[in-house]
Design a protein around this ligand. Structure first.
Ligand code: ADP
Ligand code: MG
Length: 420
């Protein structure tokens, strides 16, 4: 099919059951269907998957979708399969398949059944796969989580750096990069590494007008403050992020002792316990999850009413991602972070063992966190500026939704007397 004779709304309804595109989706889909290199920057939950899934379904050939995590791929493929039987089939090619399964996937691709082939970047480096894919009609290559290509992103993966040269071997196929990381540095890196300086670029706003941002100095009494806050929001769902597993356990216990229904979540718990605690939170058997950053990937609970950072995160990207889990339903979402310079020093110490280049980036990202925490200007303006977006702090959407704007005050100086 060509761009002209595709009724996008009909296809949208047929495959996804939606009557409307979300945000920039229609423009992105049109760009891809027209065969252009395309770059998509949308916040998490913005609907990036559909941007390449719909073109994959209507274009001739197979679209290759590069995704960093096997779990994410499986989720997506299951979701596509559950959409109905006449839907274009999606397959995964990765190290978890045995020889027979690989051959089955190959056969499906050759028969034209497979509209989307999900691959991990390291699988794509396999000579055997490259040779096979050279014999296949490829509609385009979509690179999801494209920030993994950049050392300035929060999740650098060296294998992503090989993608461009591999794609070149597959012929002259269009490339679609997608990410929720909005910093100009990461974007530049992506365009440069994928060698597509003239890609059609679509960037959605990162403003979340319903989120309220507040930074509190982290004093000795942080736990008491935390308990008071949660009790004031009794019965509401919330996530509390801590830096270490030990801290997670400690805070979860303190909350429980104080009559708050809370469970811990971190990578040190066995898979069964983790799944149980996550389900309890989703089913509202508990109000609060106390967690390390291990919690949240792919968690889609719409009515999380507060996200609290007991410990300040290592970058504003992380802060934005984690706070972004509040108020997905556009209802209330309070984002509270405790800040002390001691915690910054702790984070610096973590980095000291790493390679120099990585350290330098880490320090630079951390300085942005410090500046954000200590600023007296509109937090929303600061955050959005960091993501390369201008925000009108007088009339913009959500302009009064932070502590600095509501209570203009002198700078929040880092407290030094604290114990953590
Ligand atoms: P992202 O990858 O940008 O984080 P997803 O692709 O996972 O976002 O989509 C987020 C949610 O938005 C999903 O639940 C998806 O079904 C929904 N969604 C996507 N496009 C539309 C649309 N056009 N109309 C309604 N819901 C949509
Ligand atoms: Mg996504």
């Amino acid at each position: 099919m060509t761009e002209q004779n595709i009724d996008l709304y009909k296809e949208l309804k047929k495959y996804f059951g939606f009557s409307q595109f979300k945000g920039l989706q229609e423009k992105v889909v049109t760009s891809i269907i027209s065969g252009n290199n395309t770059f998509v920057i949308m916040p998490t939950g913005g609907g990036k998957s559909l941007c390449y899934q719909l073109p994959a379904l209507v274009l001739e050939g197979t679209a290759i979708v590069v995704s960093p995590l096997i779990a994410l791929m499986k989720n997506q493929v299951d979701a596509i399969r559950s959409m109905g039987s006449d839907i274009g089939v999606a397959h995964v090619l990765n190290s978890s398949l045995n020889k027979t399964e690989v051959n089955q996937v190959k056969a499906d691709i050759l028969s034209g059944k497979t509209k989307m082939l999900y691959v991990a970047p390291e699988s794509l480096t396999k000579e055997d796969y490259i040779q096979f894919l050279q014999t296949v009609k490829i509609s385009f290559v979509a690179i999801d989580e494209a920030h993994c290509i950049s050392e300035w992103g929060h999740d650098f993966r060296p294998e992503y750096r090989n993608l461009r040269s591999i794609i070149k071997q597959l012929g002259d196929v269009p490339i679609i990069g997608l990410t929720a990381t909005a910093t100009p540095k990461v974007q530049e890196d992506i365009l440069k590494n994928l060698d597509m300086p003239n890609a059609n670029t679509f960037k959605a706003s990162f403003n979340r007008p319903n989120l309220y941002y507040e930074i509190r100095p982290k004093t000795k009494n942080v736990q008491g403050d935390l308990i008071r806050f949660i009790k004031q929001h009794k019965g509401k769902s919330g996530v509390i992020y801590c830096l270490s597993r030990k801290k997670v356990e400690e805070i979860a216990q303190v909350l429980q002792v104080n009559g708050i229904s809370a469970v811990p979540y971190h990578a040190g718990l066995d898979a069964k316990t983790r799944a149980k605690h996550q389900d309890m939170f989703l089913m509202e058997d508990v109000d609060v999850v106390v967690a390390t950053i291990a919690f949240g990937m792919g968690i889609d609970k719409p009515d999380v009413r507060f996200v609290i950072h007991h410990d300040i995160p290592k970058s504003l990207e992380s802060y934005y991602q984690e706070t972004g889990r509040a108020g997905r339903d556009d209802g209330e979402g309070i984002c509270l972070a405790y800040y002390s310079y001691k915690d910054i020093e702790k984070l610096e110490k973590f980095m000291s063992g790493k390679p120099i280049a990585e350290q330098e980036i880490g320090y630079a990202l951390l300085q942005e966190v410090v500046a954000y925490a200590e600023t007296s200007m509109s937090r929303r303006k600061y955050l959005l500026h960091y993501f390369g977006e201008e925000f009108d702090e007088v009339n913009g959407d959500g302009a009064d939704m932070d502590d600095n704007v509501r209570n203009p005050k002198k700078k929040t100086e880092a407290q030094d007397q604290i114990v953590t």
